[in-house]
Design a protein around this ligand. Structure first.
Ligand SMILES: CCC/C=C/C(=O)SCCNC(=O)CCNC(=O)[C@H](O)C(C)(C)COP(=O)([O-])OP(=O)([O-])OC[C@H]1O[C@@H](n2cnc3c(N)ncnc32)[C@H](O)[C@@H]1OP(=O)([O-])[O-]
Length: 719
């Protein structure tokens, strides 16, 4: 777990050997402790270099060990001992120095970083804080404001930024280990006292209290209920106001409150769920590690609306040449200007020149003869999409992959109109596509494993979190959204307001409540889907729209809002009112309050007080219930996939872990009991009827979410 060798006759080189990221597992900590003891006691050794094998210094504590009791030497005394040693220790940082790995580097007397290395204290993203002295040493080294920013955000920084901040002593383009050994030899004669960071005095700004207060407010606003960022501020405050010996105790107390919290468990679950999602598998046995993706060099995007533009930018950013197609000259020109503007702003931010030479704009599908992949992003209309796919089938070479950015239409129906159904797959990006990290890769029954592997790997290359899902209306994300939205509108009927429901959801931690989110997405989208599915249309009496349709409860309020031309932010009016079309500042609209009052009185509904608890339970348990059905139907392979979709595509609070993890934290028995209760009260809402899988899991003793898979016997896996 760590190799010890003597180099240049007097330098002890300790190399961490715990692939893939040299995490500080108990065995690694043990090996470091033994190696350091050896080095300090061996008279031949005059200096020490700590390095990580395979070009990775250290990815921090072994997160998998957090679930069990602490074994092996604890990190704090181990690191304190390294710092206190009388022989100079140099960290040779290549790849990453993160979390405990960064803290290990901070106790070394010198730090040499490779120019491509990245450093950071991402503990806050795992619901904890840098509790191996990180919150006490970093402020002493770089001052309170910079340390606060790094510790409360968990941001990774480049070696160059680390040098500027004074975290590393040298950045090199050569082998960091070799440079560190030479550096160590030169350091032997120098005094160490000023190199022990814990002994430094924290440089404090004169307005410390005001600064901490301002950061606390800022962090509170951003954290949306997460505890760790606030604890980080308190720990840094200790570094500013206490000697190291007391500060480290404060750090440890704060860590104790976080370490066993539900939030820490949720955030650590998210870390692993995100990595699990990449490991797709099909019933045929094809999976992520046995299916080779094709290389993609040239892509085409059809449609330069909001989605298409974002997809073009995402492809060009990673060096893929893109042909963008529109049907009319004016649309093409507008799209072109927008794409170029986005890429130029991007490049300016990064201080590089925009890769505009990768782009071609055309009105002709004939230009797509030689591309490797086409991503269709035209209007969400099946007939139009089928027409495009038929044309592509004629124009593109037989090996070209044909993908649709549909948000819910039948991918197999599109495959069916082509001459290559095995090369057709859904690539459902989320708006705006150059910003949002989620990509649902929709596997049709005829999509080949190579096609799926290619779409998944292309997504990863574009920096997306790609999740393989089955083909059904709405796939995973939008299918689950329906019961969630339905509950919100039923609650409106019963007496709640959009503001009340949004506030309850935002207090829960959502980035945006359901009505604000709908206003942002555009209310006309759902209205069109409802019309297409026959739920609403010209046959409906506008004065007296029925509240039961297709055998179930139906809330006509969203249609009534749309009938008034209120399509959300883009029209300046929706569930809220905005300063102007396109405005983002949502204000309560008395017209909506009137509409709700008139509606309730027309149908004789006595409004009642609805608690925040009922809002959360009805919206989120209905959401999770649909998730259970999706698992039963084999549309998602694992609960982790569903959670990742909601975390990255729908603003579900990360410290709650995603809808399925949240349900498991509440307790499946309780979720079942509440769903039964609400279903009894609303028997005409099928989404509130507990799913058989939920009942089965409860009957099996409510196993942890990671074990649900064993209980999911899918009759017809769609993956
Ligand atoms: C007192 C305590 C105070 C200290 C606290 C801490 O240090 S908290 C920690 C603070 N540190 C962090 O938060 C850093 C967390 N890690 C990262 O951010 C990234 O992994 C990376 C940037 C290091 C490498 O990115 P990349 O895209 O090249 O690779 P990848 O991301 O795909 O990972 C490859 C495999 O390694 C696994 N694994 C990774 N790290 C750990 C770990 N620490 N532990 C265990 N496992 C870890 C990962 O699950 C995956 O396993 P799989 O699926 O193959 O079975």
């Amino acid at each position: 777990m760590a190799r010890y060798e003597l180099v240049k006759r007097s330098v002890a080189l300790i190399t961490l050997t715990n692939p893939p990221v040299n995490a500080l597992s108990s065995a690694v900590r043990h090996a470091i402790a033994k190696s350091m003891e050896h080095a300090l006691n061996d008279p031949k050794v005059t200096a020490v270099v700590i390095y990580g094998e395979n070009g990775r210094f250290c990815g921090g504590a072994d997160i998998r060990e957090f679930a069990g009791p602490l074994r092996g030497p604890p990190l704090v005394p181990l690191l304190d001992a390294i710092e206190a040693g009388e022989k100079p220790v140099v960290a040779a940082i290549e790849g990453v120095a993160l979390g405990g790995g960064f803290e290990l580097a901070l106790v070394c007397h010198y730090r040499i970083a490779h120019f491509k290395a990245r450093l950071g204290l991402p503990e806050v993203t795992l619901g904890i804080l840098p509790a191996a002295g990180g919150t006490q040493r970093l402020p002493r080294l770089i001052g309170i404001p910079a340390a606060l920013e790094l510790i409360t955000t968990g941001r990774h920084i480049s070696a160059q930024e680390a040098l500027k901040l004074g975290i590393v002593d040298q950045v090199t383009e050569q082998n960091a280990c070799e440079v560190a050994v030479e550096f160590a030899l030169r350091a032997v004669a120098k005094p160490l006292s000023s190199r022990r960071v814990s002994t430094l005095t924290t440089p404090c700004p004169p307005d410390l209290d005001a600064l901490l207060e301002a950061v606390t407010m800022q962090v509170k606003k951003k954290a949306r209920g997460a505890m760790a960022p606030l604890a980080c501020v308190q720990a840094v405050r200790a570094a500013a106001t206490m000697p190291y010996s007391k500060g480290i105790k404060r750090e440890s107390e704060l860590m104790a409150t976080l370490f066993n919290s539900g939030q820490a468990r949720a955030l650590q679950y998210c870390f692993f769920a995100q990595r699990t999602a990449g490991k797709w598998t099909l019933p045929s046995g094809a999976q992520w590690n046995n299916s080779k993706p094709r290389e993609i060099r040239r892509a085409a995007v059809i449609g330069l609306g909001t989605m298409g533009r974002g997809i073009v930018v995402s492809l060009a950013r990673v060096g893929i040449s893109v042909i963008a197609v529109e049907s009319e000259k004016k649309l093409l020109e507008t799209g072109k200007q927008m794409v170029i503007g986005m890429l130029e702003r991007d490049a300016k931010r990064q201080g590089v020149s925009a890769s505009l030479n990768l782009l071609k704009f055309t009105l002709s599908l004939q230009d797509l003869k030689d591309v490797d992949i086409v991503i269709e992003a035209v209007f969400e209309d099946m007939a139009l999409k089928k027409h495009v796919f038929q044309e592509l089938s004629k124009v593109c070479r037989p090996a070209t992959l044909l993908c649709s950015n549909t948000s819910g239409l039948d991918v197999d129906a599109l495959a069916g109109v082509t001459d290559r159904p095995h090369l057709v797959v859904g690539m459902h990006f989320f708006s705006p596509a150059h910003v949002m990290k989620l990509l649902e890769v929709v596997c049709g029954p005829r999509s080949s494993s190579e096609t799926i592997a290619t779409a998944m790997s292309l997504g990863k290359r574009m920096g997306k979190v790609s999740v393989a899902v089955g083909n059904c209306p709405g796939f995973v994300g939008n299918r689950m959204l329906k019961p969630y939205l339905d509950q919100a509108t039923f609650l409106l009927e019963e007496g709640a307001t959009p503001e009340q429901i949004d506030k309850a959801l935002e207090d829960f931690g959502f980035a945006m409540g359901v009505f604000r989110m709908s206003d942002l997405a555009g209310l006309d989208v759902g209205w069109r889907v409802r019309k297409e599915s026959g739920l609403t249309g010209p046959d409906i009496d506008p004065k007296n729209p029925p509240r039961r349709r297709q055998g179930h409860r139906y809330c006509p309020i969203p249609d009534m809002v749309c009938e008034q031309g209120r399509f959300g932010q883009k029209t300046g009016r929706g569930w809220y009112m905005y300063d102007s079309p396109g405005g983002t500042n949502a204000k309560s609209d008395p017209l909506i309050q009137n509409l709700l009052e008139m509606y309730r009185s027309r149908y004789g509904i006595q409004p009642r007080n609805i608690s925040d608890q009922e809002i959360i339970e009805r919206c989120l348990f209905a959401l999770a219930n649909e998730g259970f059905r999706i698992l039963e139907d084999g549309i998602a392979a694992r609960p982790e996939d569903i959670d990742v979709i909601y975390l990255f595509g729908y603003g579900f609070p990360r410290h709650r872990g995603g809808p399925m993890f949240y349900a498991s934290m509440v307790g499946l028995e309780r979720v079942l009991e509440r769903l039964e209760h609400y279903h009894q009260a609303h028997p005409d809402v099928p989404h509130l009827e507990p799913s058989p899988l939920l009942k089965k899991l409860v009957a099996c003793g409510s196993p942890p979410v990671q074990n649900w898979r064993e209980h999911i016997k899918t009759m017809h896996s769609h993956l």
